[in-house]
Design a protein. Structure first.
Lengths: 192, 199
């Protein structure tokens, strides 16, 4: 049991990395990876929301939708839960930890439309994970997103000062770099 | 003439993928084959038409403060409809697109058009805008899928192409190929525009 939990965790971070392998959550990945500081903030906020959302949506599915045979409402209820969760987290952080809010606040509203969050919720259900496994998978997925974002931000800070052909500047070179990074991450596929 | 512009602007001038860079997650994930790209394009166009039309009809009834949640609920309803329809009529497509059909809900193109266009314009214009944006999205997906399926599998729509069939580069249909092809295509579009501007 514990071995499978660890393997879910490792797989979620490295092998099925949300950004580089499953191609989820690209908008913030490209949009917020200009500076390392904001990448750290965004990565932490996403990890936090992903774990909360993973647990909340799993509970909704198991205790509400399945017993009442309302599985077809999955998409609608999940997005509603995630949106309210993000709103709630924002309010709690603003009240209890103003310093954290200062650094995370601007990223929180963006997370509702981050497809990695809804993606992890749907994948947990699709893979028939239990509550603990869902939480671990969400946490691993969030950490994977965090790592990918920080690596990317580090590379892009250096790309800014290099000579790049006019047409490739900005988004195009970022995508090509992400492609190379994804190739590197494919090397992890034999890990587990 | 004016109506025609509403329809055509989404196809090239304001193409949602290449110009506004919205909705790139599904773009890269489902473009490993032309069939998937077309399926995704049609599904997104359907959702876009439904949501744009409805949001435009109720735009004066919804209070400004809660408009985003209301829009998301409307979009999610149409996504559920298309999700169940694809699962019923084309199970193969449904399983190859997987979670990317429910993920249309968080596709920024759809909420983006609802907020930027349908909430300010009449139903007819909004519907035309949706069709144009949908076609633009489908064309952009097909562009990417064309290169990826041709180079990665040596096929187009599942039919083998003689010269490319011999030695396909498998990496093109995996995640890295998607990133690289997309980056190069944006660069190409910018390059062509820069050339056009200097002439």
């Amino acid at each position: 049991m514990s071995a499978s939990i660890i393997s879910i965790f490792i797989v979620a971070i490295f092998i099925e990395n949300f950004v580089l392998n499953q191609i989820l959550g690209l908008c913030p990945f490209i949009g917020v990876s200009n500076k390392i500081d904001s990448a750290v903030g965004m990565g932490l906020a996403v990890t936090f929301v992903m774990v909360m959302a993973g647990v909340a949506t799993w509970s909704i599915q198991a205790f509400l939708l399945v017993p009442l045979k309302l599985e077809y409402l999955q998409t609608i209820s999940f997005i509603l839960v995630i949106a309210s969760l993000v709103q709630f987290v924002e309010m709690v952080i603003r009240k209890t930890a103003p310093a954290l809010y200062q650094s995370l606040g601007v990223f929180l509203p963006l997370i509702t439309t981050n497809c990695a969050v809804l993606g992890v919720a749907l994948l947990n259900i699709k893979k028939n994970y239990g509550l603990v496994e869902s939480a671990v998978n969400s946490f691993g997925g969030g950490l994977g997103f965090f790592f990918a974002l920080i690596i990317m931000a580090g590379i892009r800070e250096r790309l800014d000062v290099s000579e790049i052909p006019e047409a490739m500047r900005g988004a195009p070179i970022a995508f090509v770099t992400a492609g190379l990074l994804a190739t590197a991450f494919m090397g992890f596929s034999g890990l587990v | 003439m004016n109506k025609l512009t509403e329809l055509t602007k989404g196809i090239w001038k304001e193409n949602p993928i290449f110009v506004i860079s919205l909705g790139i997650c599904p773009t890269l994930a489902v473009t490993s084959s032309m069939t998937n790209a077309l399926g995704m394009g049609i599904a997104a166009t359907f959702v876009l038409m439904g949501s744009n039309l409805f949001i435009s009809l109720i735009r004066n009834l919804v209070p400004g403060k809660i408009r985003i949640p209301v829009y998301i609920m409307i979009i999610a309803t149409f996504v559920t409809i298309i999700d169940k329809m694809i699962a019923a009529f084309s199970p193969a497509l449904s399983s190859s697109l997987g979670i990317f059909i429910p993920l249309i809900v968080v596709n920024c193109i759809i909420l983006g058009r609802a907020e930027a266009y349908a909430s300010k314009n009449g139903p007819v214009d909004s519907l035309l805008d949706a069709i144009g944006m949908g076609i633009g999205f489908t064309i952009a997906l097909s562009c990417l899928a064309f290169f990826r399926e041709l180079l990665g599998e040596g096929k187009l729509y599942g039919f083998p192409i003689p010269f490319f069939k011999a030695d396909p580069a498998l990496i093109m249909i995996m995640a890295p190929g998607g990133f690289v092809v997309f980056g190069l295509l944006i660069a190409l579009k910018r390059f062509m525009e820069a050339k056009g501007a200097t002439k």
